[in-house]
Write a protein that binds this ligand. Structure first.
Ligand code: PLP
Length: 439
């Protein structure tokens, strides 16, 4: 196979004939509960490009939802997985363990914020890791309650549905949900106008009066919220919450499933605020597209769980662990944290220019290569989901993969792979801007 050319190309109408045929098969055989953002089927992806089965090439501003941070089929990942698949595909770590799992845990101990002995447990999905973080927190504290926040997204399994805020499409009709999950107000600077300490006081007051510190095992929070709208809490919000947790014997759990693994220009997003979480949850970007997730925490916390209490058939699968080690090597050897910060500079500049020229962009925010624009009615500040959708769809038709998010669906998020070139990134943003102009 020749290398995938790093340029946008529209060869057919979208969807092209092959994608249209595959979509008919999907409709016949795949549950409609599983939707798709774009009507085209992927054939190859690398760098900043996804090529479809009709030979159209799309600029990738989504990374498969923040997963292919090092790029799709990144060379070191391909080589590591190829080697591993020849050696063995699975033994189950709980039966005959293997080195790569241990090496991933060693790397996580080094890479997560905070000194001292740390341990990890590996799982398959972000949701599964969040659930296990709650299990570990309950086991360590002997308490039941979990606090999450407005706009939070933690997954789609039963416990994590309870933790996720937005009802449609994630929860509608799927209850009853797990108990002992309580929701506190998030810091949302654009909409609440509160500084970080004031927003933290508001949240803590609700936690103290409606849950009770003595009942609370963990506060679980995304340092920058993902699906909920790329909401960056005001400075000081996370440190104040973490300090309150420490003073009250409550574990502070950072759900870094979307914000972690180099995405925001540091290995983990909480580093920007100097916060050390008791437990860090990793997934998405950790293994370049292979399913892997992790919970990492101080030894005394992780050791509270009885032997055999954590695990699963596939957790820490050897192919995924080999990929994760290659991802970490790629981030470090290729200077990808610095690359994420360069992307921030380039994209924020463009988005702020758009915002200055168009009052329908109510806010531009994010960090590193996790950036977003929130669309509003300029007269009222009310969310404008129709506009966000129209702009995203216009970008799709021009050959750019963009994703929306937000409680009201009125946010376009930019999650390019760190392997994208400046040229492709600029072209992608130009095309988004052109779509905005037309609506
Ligand atoms: C995607 C996501 C999850 C769930 O991860 P899955 O791998 O889809 O189960 C949990 N938390 C956050 C912050 C996420 O972005």
């Amino acid at each position: 196979m020749p290398e995938l050319e790093q340029s946008r190309l529209l060869r057919t109408e979208l969807p092209g004939p092959r994608s249209a045929e595959l979509m008919r098969r999907k409709q016949a055989f795949v549950s409609p509960g599983v939707g798709t953002t774009m009507p085209v089927f992927a054939a190859r992806a690398a760098g900043g490009i996804v090529e479809d089965v009709d030979g159209n090439r799309f600029i990738d501003l989504g990374s498969g939802i923040a997963v292919t941070t090092v790029g799709s089929s990144a060379p070191r990942v391909v080589e590591a997985v190829r080697q591993q698949v020849e050696d063995f595909t699975h033994t189950c770590f709980m039966i005959t363990p293997y080195e790569s799992y241990v090496a991933v845990a060693e790397a996580l101990a080094r890479l997560t914020p905070g000194d001292g002995e740390k341990r990890s447990a590996l799982f398959n999905s972000g949701s599964e890791a969040v659930e296990n973080a709650v299990k570990i927190a309950r086991s360590y504290t002997g308490r039941d309650a979990v606090v999450v926040f407005d706009h939070a997204y933690h997954g789609r399994t039963n416990l994590t549905m309870a933790m996720t805020a937005k009802v449609a499409p994630y929860k509608h009709g799927f209850g009853p949900f797990a108990g002992e999950v309580y929701r506190a107000p998030m810091s949302y600077p654009m909409r609440d106008g509160l500084d970080g300490p004031a927003a933290a006081r508001r949240a803590i007051s609700i936690i103290e009066t409606q849950v009770g510190a003595g009942n609370l095992a963990a506060v679980v929070i995304e340092p920058i919220q993902g699906e909920g709208g790329f909401i960056v809490p005001a400075d000081g919000f996370l440190p104040a919450l973490a300090a309150w947790c420490a003073a009250n014997g409550v574990l502070f759990v950072a759900d870094e499933v979307q914000s972690g693994f180099g995405r925001t220009g540091t290995m983990f997003a909480i580093e920007a605020e100097g916060v050390i979480a008791d437990l860090v949850v990793s997934a998405k970007g950790i293994a370049g597209g292979l399913p892997l997730s992790a919970v990492t925490g101080r030894a005394e916390i992780m050791d509270a769980v009885h032997p055999g209490g954590l695990g699963g058939t596939y957790g820490g699968n050897p192919l995924a662990c080999a990929a994760a080690l290659a991802v970490i090597e790629t981030i470090e050897a290729d200077g990808l944290l610095e690359r994420a910060r360069q992307i921030e500079t380039l994209v924020l500049k463009r988005l702020n220019e758009l915002k200055d020229a168009d009052p329908r962009i109510g806010d531009v925010r994010g960090r590193g290569a996790m950036l977003a624009a929130e669309f509003v009615d300029p007269a009222t500040g009310e969310p404008d989901a129709a506009l966000a959708k129209a702009v995203a769809t216009a970008a799709h038709q021009r050959g750019v993969i963009t994703l929306t998010c937000g409680t009201w669906g009125n946010v376009i998020r930019f999650l390019p792979p760190l392997s994208i070139s400046d040229e492709l990134l600029s072209e992608g943003l130009d095309l988004v801007a052109a779509g905005l102009k037309e609506h």
